[in-house]
Design a protein around this ligand. Structure first.
Ligand SMILES: [Ca+2]
Ligand SMILES: [Ca+2]
Ligand SMILES: [Ca+2]
Ligand SMILES: [Ca+2]
Length: 296
């Protein structure tokens, strides 16, 4: 009797573990609930993002300056003339619209304004989220918008970097990736303030996401490193602004996801690279708009 109940307990344990595992796997790859009502456009709707939910930059030459603090992050709301730097690889910002941006068929839906120029692209990965539980908060599932570099040589879907606060605040900022590869965010003479975000109390900053390839970066002349734009699908990539299609959304395994629309957007520096005297590659944005509402 004892033996039976023990093996029964074991079976129940194994079953519940299996169910838990299944639920955990399902969470990331889950199709969004497209039956949830969208927040319609009204006469008062803004074309631009109106809410800042999070600003988590990586260390960088503009961090702790007027283009790399909370005010700069708020400055990209309600228009396209702000400027915020996300710092080196992994730094990110989470923003929201006051309505659901619908996925128009066969059309780009969102434009992200930037400070890119020819030969000076700093591609940022773009994520979108549907407010599936309808609570107005970005606590649902993020979907990466696949771009032209997705799954190309050098692309890694899950990469993680650990930045360490330097002992001397104005020194280079050391980092290590999940494989133990080490590097630094180098300081330069143009920006002398500490590069590690000063409002972060922890001494290690962990940032993760997809890593984009460095194939478009040309460092043949170390005093004039260029970074050419990817074909499509990234922030701070194309001079004048980057247009993105919600139809390119993929789940955490890279499978296409069909979204009726999106409520939240996240932009994240996608490349870990030092551009010499130009400093670290760091994505900047100036504003984000729903193309269907923007009157140019
Ligand atoms: Ca579309
Ligand atoms: Ca939510
Ligand atoms: Ca930059
Ligand atoms: Ca830039």
């Amino acid at each position: 009797m004892f033996a039976i109940s023990r093996s029964r307990t074991r079976i129940i344990l194994v079953l519940s573990l299996a169910i838990l595992l299944f639920a955990a796997c399902k969470k990331g790859g889950e199709e969004p609930d497209n039956t949830i009502p969208t927040r319609p456009v009204t006469a008062q709707s803004s074309a631009y993002v109106t809410q800042l939910f999070d600003y988590s930059p990586a260390p960088g030459q503009f961090i702790n300056t007027s283009s790399g603090n909370m005010d700069a992050a708020k400055g990209v709301l309600n228009g396209k003339t702000g400027l915020v730097s996300l710092g080196a690889y992994g730094g990110n910002i989470v923003l929201g619209f006051d309505h659901t941006v619908m996925n128009e068929p066969n059309k780009e839906d969102i434009i992200i304004y930037n400070n890119a120029s020819t030969g000076y692209a700093e591609p940022g990965v773009v994520w979108v989220m549907r407010d599936s539980n309808g609570n107005g908060l970005p606590d649902d599932v993020w979907y990466e918008l696949a771009g032209s570099a997705t799954d190309k040589a050098g692309y890694k879907r899950d990469w993680v970097v650990y930045y360490s606060r330097p002992d001397v605040p104005t020194n280079d900022v050391p980092w290590m990736d999940g494989f133990g590869v080490k590097g630094v965010v180098k300081t330069n003479t143009y920006h002398k303030q500490p590069y590690y975000p000063e409002w972060i109390t922890k001494n290690t900053l962990i940032l993760e996401g997809p890593l984009l390839p460095t194939t478009n970066i040309n460092s043949t002349n170390p005093t004039f490193i260029t970074s050419n734009a990817f074909e499509y699908g990234y922030a701070d990539n194309t001079p004048g602004g980057d247009k993105l299609d919600i139809a390119n959304a993929v789940d955490n395994r890279g499978n296409k996801v069909s979204l009726r629309g999106i409520d939240f957007i996240k932009v994240q520096t996608g490349i870990a690279y030092d551009l010499g005297w130009l400093g670290e590659l760091s994505t900047e944005i100036k504003g984000i708009a729903d193309i269907s509402l923007e009157k140019l």
